[in-house]
Design a protein around this ligand. Structure first.
Ligand code: ADP
Length: 668
């Protein structure tokens, strides 16, 4: 077996590959950029080589540096992970020249599958079912209209070199072809330097279902069943699962066999994925083949019990696959949620910064966390803002979903915004629960974007009970501090008033009584006519309140916030204060401070760079006029006046770095 492998990647996938290498007794070499000096993959590897500056074009994408790192460390093989150089023919050729083994398919297969028109032609030849359409390059708009008419609307305009959902558009009429064709074409030209377009039928309410395959150099090619990845946002996968709730045994077998046929047609070795779209009648059509390990491979590993990275390494070394098709089983159900540093409440704007607190859920037979971050580490602007892939496993879909919900509740992330509220919301949608999925799921379930209203209803009495017990514990601890004036010791009441902040900023009071209490192990709480019992080993200071509440395990995150608490559960949050009767009386007398009127200010909607400021102090502006341009994540965002007014004061000049909600200027 190989003695040393270099991992030409970073983040969670580099860590994932290192884990398998360790298990197999193979030494590992990490490569890293400036920004990744302290990254987890660097710490986990046996050796690490610095390969350049933070920008990927100056480090992770520089073929020469990586080849040099192999030579310097004596690595015999390279695992490319996904993204970066994983599907780059030149990288393979450079490695081959130095007799370093690429852990993946041969250049020929990568090239054949890298182009959508060519791969579709190949698939057609291998008798794989493809989306009806025109298998050639569309010359111009007139040609596009003619072909679309022949195929029948709706159609999908696609860039042959496309990827990541770019250069792709639905057209439902001739006028939409007119509008969309040239835009897709120029998008393709600027993103891929290749403007070849083709057209196929648009499949309505499609599901995205893909087949994992693995092949060795001895003619064995197996399919490791499917993954359903229909929960997508802008053609990017958000939640994946295996198996698919939609496939029957017959369709699974047919898809698996076609995937194998296609792999054989290009003499495929290593792990690969054949993507299909499936219509509502279970007709399936080839989309593309990804010639690498996929992000979502863990769900396949969980239901098959196989280690895909290990199999890739073994076949790259020349070994035979240790199993046959009949040995590939589906055991149980697995889900994967992609946990991202982004703000779902602000249209999923990427978030960057330091993870001031980071406590992932505990891994177990039911929970797997693939991550490349740690507490104190930074989510930088240079790379994909993925925090982790959170997988759950159960004997069936309902059990896997329950484990996923619990794991999301226990995932404690502070310092950056994250999408856990959104993930919890998706899991709570009835259509998700019933497995009624399509790639339109997110667009249809969140037509106005994501907001608090999309969260599953939290059980308010549970939140109140936890807040009261937590506060009671802190109060008892404060009363027990030594050195207090004799005779003045505080009494801990059993009756409390919990004030919960509403969306309007006002507090609603609920009387709560602690009817039983065993410090350190829970108690019982009475709210109105309801009595709630809690068993917990929570200790003051712990951010996670894990308890058995009325017989069910529940995890609620508890942050102290001023004189109150902020609780998180099932994606929602609540701000509460717990008062004694007297404190509640006094709190009622406190003047209600109205929130400041921010409508006079232009605030930065995101962290970024103030590129231009168009207006000056004293200038009058009309509604709709451009005020400033803020650049964030390589995108320019134009900020416009919402109504007529006069610029009174300017706070920031062009070139300033802005935090989210930072004031840029004030209107008079
Ligand atoms: P990319 O390489 O950019 O990811 P794909 O061809 O893999 O593009 O398609 C991405 C997604 O777009 C699919 O998962 C599916 O949701 C949708 N899609 C692609 N082609 C069609 C089609 N003909 N009809 C309906 N949806 C499609």
């Amino acid at each position: 077996m190989f003695k040393k492998i270099l991992i030409a990647n970073r983040g969670e996938i580099a860590c994932r590959v290192i884990k398998t290498c360790r298990k197999m007794g193979i030494k590992t070499v990490a490569v890293y950029s400036d920004a990744d000096r302290d990254a987890l993959h660097v710490e986990m590897a046996d050796e690490a080589v610095h390969i350049g500056e933070s920008a990927t074009a100056k480090s992770y994408l520089v073929i020469d540096r990586i080849v040099q790192a192999c030579k310097d460390t004596g690595a015999e093989a390279v695992h490319p992970g996904y993204g970066f150089l994983s599907e780059n023919k030149k990288f393979q050729e450079a490695l081959a020249k130095e007799k370093i083994i690429f852990i993946g398919p041969d250049a020929y297969a990568i090239e054949a599958m890298g182009d959508k028109i060519e791969s579709k032609k190949l698939a057609d030849k291998a008798k794989v079912s493809t989306v009806p359409g025109f298998l050639g390059v569309i010359k111009d708009v007139a040609h596009a209209k003619q072909i679309s008419g022949e195929i029948g609307y709706p159609v999908m305009l696609k860039a042959s070199a496309g990827g990541g959902g770019k250069g792709m558009r639905i057209a439902r009429s001739e006028s939409e072809v007119q509008e969309g064709f040239e835009r897709s074409q120029s998008e393709a030209k600027s993103s891929f330097g290749d403007d070849r377009m083709f057209i196929e039928k648009y499949i309505e309410q499609p599901r995205h279902i893909e087949i994992q395959i693995i092949a060795d150099r001895h003619g064995n090619t197996l399919y490791l069943n499917e993954r359903e990845c229909s929960i997508q946002r802008r053609h990017q996968k958000v939640i994946e699962e295996a198996p698919s709730p939609f496939l029957d045994e017959k369709t699974r077998k047919a898809m698996g066999e076609q995937a194998v046929a296609l792999a054989k047609a290009v003499q495929y070795v290593s792990a690969g994925t054949v993507e299909f779209i499936v219509d509502t009648k279970r007709n399936f059509y080839f989309l593309e083949m990804n010639t690498r390990l996929q992000v979502e491979h863990p769900v396949t590993e969980l239901i098959t019990g196989l280690d895909l990275v290990e199999l890739m390494i073994r076949v790259a070394y020349g070994e035979k696959l240790p199993l046959a098709q009949k040995d590939v089983k589906i055991n149980g159900w697995a889900l994967e949620s992609r946990v991202y540093a982004e703000d779902p409440y602000r249209n999923f704007l990427p978030s960057t910064g330091r993870l001031t607190r980071y406590i992932p859920p505990k891994e177990s037979a039911n929970v797997r966390v693939d991550t490349g971050v740690y507490e104190g580490g930074e989510i930088s602007v240079f790379y994909d803002p993925m925090i982790a892939k959170l997988c759950s496993y159960g004997k069936d879909r309902a059990e896997a979903t329950a484990h996923m919900r619990a794991a999301l509740d226990a995932y404690y992330i502070r310092g950056v915004s994250h999408n856990i509220p959104f993930l919890a919301s998706v899991l709570g949608k009835p259509k998700f629960e019933s497995g009624d999925l399509s790639t339109n799921f997110i667009a249809e379930e969140y037509p106005q974007g994501f907001s608090d209203k999309d969260l599953p209803a939290a059980d308010p009495s549970k939140m109140l009970a936890v807040a009261t017990l937590v506060h009671n514990t802190y109060a008892r601890r404060a009363a027990g501090v030594s050195g207090q004036i004799p005779g003045r010791s505080r009494k801990i009441p059993s009756k409390w008033v919990v004030a919960t902040k509403g969306a309007d900023g006002n507090y609603t009071e609920t009387p709560v009584e602690i009817t039983a209490e065993v410090p350190g192990s829970g108690g019982a709480v009475k709210i109105g006519a309801e009595t709630i019992s809690l068993t917990t080993d929570w200790l003051p200071g712990q951010p996670l309140f894990a308890a058995i509440i009325d017989g069910k395990p529940v995890t609620i995150q508890v942050d102290r916030k001023g004189v109150g608490y902020r609780l998180f559960h099932a994606g929602s949050q609540a701000d509460v204060r717990v008062y004694t009767q007297r404190e509640a009386e006094l709190a009622r007398l406190m003047p209600n401070k109205p929130p400041p009127d921010l409508s006079k200010y232009l605030l930065s909607p995101m962290p970024g760079l103030l590129v231009t400021l168009v207006v000056a102090e004293g200038q009058e502006v009309k509604a709709g006029e451009t005020l400033a341009v803020v650049e964030a994540m390589k995108m320019e965002n134009v900020l416009k006046a919402e109504r007529d007014g006069t610029v009174k004061k300017i706070y920031e000049k062009a070139g300033a770095s802005l935090a989210v909600d930072q004031m840029i200027l004030e209107f008079g």
